[in-house]
Design a protein around this ligand. Sequence first.
Ligand code: 3PG
Length: 219
Amino acid sequence: MSIEQHQQRAADLLRAAGILPVLTVHTLEQARAVSAALLEGGLPAIELTLRTPVALEALAMLKRELPGVVVGAGTVLSVQQMQQAIDAGADFLVTPGTPAPLADALAEAPLPVVPGAATPTELLSLYARGFRVCKLFPATAVGGLAMIKGLAGPMADLQLCPTGGITEDSAAQYLEQKNVVCIGGSWMVPANWIADGAWDKVRDSAAQAARIVARVRTA
Ligand code: 3PG
């Protein structure tokens, strides 16, 4: 499959997700329970960060045990981690930033990828490699809505997944932007809820997020 086809799949799966929870877990049980709660709330796609020792095992377990969950590997920092995430069965990959060697490898990857960038120059480097769907990270820190509106003119065919600092209160404004295909965030899976096993809160916050997506999309 060509990069164009993989990028189309990335756009499709992010658009279907609308809001992508960025999830960090420390145990397999947390991974299972929080993913089930997100699914129940109406968010079937997740970005599971590779920031903890259990992350790759959790990814493989989710693919086996919760087939309804679309599992992206996040915080992919190197070509080695890219390969490990693919081997673990990731449905897609997300990076927070994309140095050239990683970008080159991602352009050849056999699955949808969403490479991260923080500036117009970084986005154009990705564009030159064929990427049309990119994560803007850390979105609020690098300009937030003003940055996204500014990019829409000169880079009109780039679709963005802003992530970093977005909240339940600001989510709709981001989703309403014509060059935003999806937004990422951890507000529905904060570390303390995961540590406390507050799965009802995760489910309710996911349901609220899913309602925001539905409301924006039907407006
Ligand atoms: C992350 O990598 O932690 C994500 O960008 C989540 O950002 P947030 O916690 O600001 O939503």
